[in-house]
Every structure is written in structure tokens, then in C-alpha cells.
Design a protein. Structure first.
Ligand code: PEP
Ligand code: MN
Length: 377
């Protein structure tokens, strides 16, 4: 749509798409709204739409991932995390991103949900400020989670990670605290104001996780769990979608397409390493995928240097590289006592290492015109 197109112009185009029996996907951006069309069995005549008021152009999308593609939306997507009210980073008057788009979502009352704290400021992923998500692999106890959260907050993290439901290779490994873990996460949010990123492992469990999480994480092992992708696609919460460990870029973007096709346009991609023959790391962190995603898609992409390397000593160097290559942020495992961790201790940073990481990436961010919330002494 043209930048000056009004709400009624957008509605008129959507109504026409729906009248043809297709689905309209309005995706507002900072400058203009893109409207994707799905459900059409063949090409649509562009002239049918180009004559409508407010329409700038009608484009045939050549890519199989239509809604995710930059062809349908040329502007970078800004993904708002947390409550719609409040002034997030990047809101008007701040040095961060341009104002966040208002994204239409199914109605659901904000209040009354477990752990909801409407006074929290939100956070915009994909703006100038890097999205820094940090915390332990798994929530193990109240003390562990709160200690980790205080430390990462002090260093400049805005979002807290921690699994309550863990997809483990062995059925005998720690599987997470389940609902108790989610309740601890709600307490972390109340105590620190950090926004919560936590994993949902199947469509049934999503109902519960959705009540507590600010961002629903879909793990690498579930990247092609299509019923889970459709379920989170019907959620009003943003989704952090991790790349499968053997997924091509096209498969990764098609997985994101599943979520957008259901009407949830708030997807944050995450590169977390892929399987190769290399055995000096747990996975091979494919940083070249960042510029490749940026070229093909409007969605933001983060890097997980913890699972991406599997080794504590490689997390800081790869974090520096991830920021330099243009990632929109990091998700990093930090544990107050990694030697006692119940999962992924060998790749978890000590809190003081995370502080050092924040200092280093803040310096790199400045060079490429980005910021962090790390206070430079
Ligand atoms: C995690 O973030 O703890 C996790 C299990 O990640 P991945 O799905 O990338 O393995
Ligand atoms: Mn982990």
C-alpha cells in the first residue's frame, strides 16, 4: 500500500481478497502496510488490485514462502514483545527503532492471565537496539532463576530465557520443572521486569506455556513439527523459531511461513548451529545464514552462540561475530553455577563472562549503528 493509505483502503483490499475466497494478511510496517494473499490456487491478475485507492503495486511473489518473503514486504519487520501499552525501546522519543507497527491479533484480554504485569515496558525486536535474551538452559529452582535473572539484567539483557519443558535427547535426562518452572518464570518477570522467552514442545502444552510466556520458543527439534507451528500461528504471542539442525534456508523459511499463514506475523528467526562433520564444536554456527535471511525475508533473526558452539570458551567470540554480521540479537545461556547445571552447563556462561560479552558486543554494535542496554562504565 502507499504510505498515505488509510485503514479503510487496507480494509477495502482485504475485503476484496476475502470476497474472492482467499485469505488476506495485512502486515503493517513503519512506513506502509503490505497485504499478503494466500489460498489462491493460481496467479491473480495484478490489475484487479492496482486500481483500488491506496494501492501502490500488486506483486506476484515468486518464492514458495510468500508471507515471509521480502517480495511481499520490503521493510524489516519490527516485532513487539510484551504488553501493547507502555513505551518500549525504540518507541517515539527514544534512540531505538522506529515506532512499532500495530499488529492485528485475535482478541484476548491482557489482564487475568497468569503472570501478566501490564506495567512492564515492551521490547521491539528488529530495531536499533539488539535483542539480548539470556538465562539458563532450564529453570531448575526459584533461587537459580532469580539469581541468573538479576545478573543478566544488570549486564543489559532485556529478555530472560529458561526452559520449563525441555526437549532432551535422553528420556532419562532432566525434563524441566513443567508448570512449576513457568510459575518461577512469572516470578522472575514480576521481580525484574525482564520479558520471558520459554519453549513450547507440543500443541497441547502450548495452551499452558502461552499463559506465561512473552515469547513462545519453538526449538530446533520441532522446526518441522507442523501441528505445533500451526498452533503457535494461532497464538497472539510472538514466536522465536529456531532453525532445525539439518534444515536448509528454504526449509527454515517455510517453517516460518506455517506460522504466518495462520495469522501470526510476529516471528523471530534464530540460527543455532547445524550438524556438520566438524567435531571441535557441538554444532557449526552458520553465520552466513544471517545476510542470506536478510536478503530474502523481512523477519528479524537472532543467533544462539550457546547451542551453536556447545562450548563455553567459544560463546563470546561467536557472539562478537554474530553482531558484526548483522544479527538482530543473541540468545545466550547463562547460569549462576554452570558446574551444577542440570542441562547444558558446559556451554553456559558464568555471569561475569556474560558481563564481558555485553561490553564487547556493545562496542561492536556501536560501529554498525546499533545499541544495547549495557551501561558503559
Ligand atoms: C534451548 O534453547 O535450550 C534449546 C533446546 O535449543 P535448541 O532447540 O536450539 O536445541
Ligand atoms: Mn540448552
Amino acid at each position: 500500500m502507499r504510505p498515505q493509505a488509510g485503514v479503510e483502503d487496507v480494509q477495502r483490499v482485504c475485503a476484496k481478497i476475502e470476497a474472492l475466497g482467499f485469505r488476506a494478511h495485512p502486515m503493517p510496517g513503519a512506513q506502509r502496510t503490505a497485504i499478503g494473499v494466500t489460498g489462491n490456487p493460481g496467479p491473480i491478475e495484478p490489475a484487479e488490485f492496482e486500481s483500488l485507492p491506496g494501492v501502490a503495486e500488486a506483486i506476484r511473489v515468486s518464492k514458495p514462502y510468500k508471507l515471509v518473503s521480502r517480495e511481499v514486504k520490503s521493510e524489516d519487520s519490527l516485532i513487539r514483545v510484551g504488553p501493547p501499552q507502555g513505551s518500549p525501546n525504540g518507541g517515539p522519543g527514544s534512540a531505538g527503532a522506529s515506532p512499532a507497527p500495530t499488529i492485528p491479533r485475535p482478541d484476548q484480554p491482557e489482564s487475568g492471565r497468569a503472570g501478566a504485569t501490564p506495567a512492564l515496558p515492551g521490547f521491539i525486536v528488529g530495531g536499533r537496539e539488539l535483542a539480548i535474551i539470556a538465562g539458563p538452559c532450564a529453570i531448575e529452582s526459584r533461587e537459580q532463576a532469580l539469581e541468573a535473572a538479576e545478573r543478566v539484567k544488570k549486564a543489559g539483557a532485556r529478555l530472560f530465557r529458561g526452559g520449563a519443558f525441555k526437549p532432551r535427547t535422553s528420556p532419562y535426562s532432566f525434563q524441566g520443572l513443567g508448570k512449576e518452572g513457568l510459575e518461577i518464570l512469572a516470578e522472575v518477570r514480576r521481580a525484574t521486569g525482564l520479558l520471558i522467552v520459554t519453549e513450547t514442545i507440543d500443541p497441547e502444552n502450548c495452551d499452558l506455556v502461552e499463559e506465561y510466556a512473552d515469547v513462545l520458543q519453538v526449538g530446533a527439534r520441532n522446526m518441522q513439527n507442523f501441528s505445533l507451528l500451526k498452533r503457535v500461528g494461532r497464538s497472539r504471542k510472538p514466536v522465536l523459531l529456531k532453525r532445525g539442525m539439518s534444515a536448509t534456508l528454504e526449509e527454515f523459511l517455510m517453517a516460518a511461513e506455517y506460522v504466518l499463514a495462520e495469522g501470526n506475523y510476529n516471528v523471530i528467526l534464530c540460527e543455532r548451529g547445524v550438524r556438520t562433520f566438524a567435531d571441535h564444536t557441538r554444532n557449526t554456527l552458520d553465520l552466513s545464514v544471517i545476510p542470506a535471511v536478510k536478503r530474502l525475508s523481512h523477519l528479524p533473526i537472532l543467533v544462539d552462540p550457546s547451542h551453536g558452539t556447545g562450548k563455553r570458551d567459544k560463546v563470546i567470540p561467536l557472539s562478537r561475530a554474530a553482531v558484526a554480521v548483522g544479527a538482530d540479537g543473541l540468545i545466550v545461556e547463562v547460569h549462576p553455577h554452570p558446574d551444577r547445571a542440570l542441562s547444558d552447563g558446559y556451554q553456559s556462561l558464568h555471569p561475569e563472562q556474560f558481563e564481558a560479552l555485553m561490553g564487547e558486543i556493545t562496542a561492536i554494535a556501536r560501529v554498525i549503528g546499533r545499541t544495547t542496554a549495557h551501561a558503559v562504565a
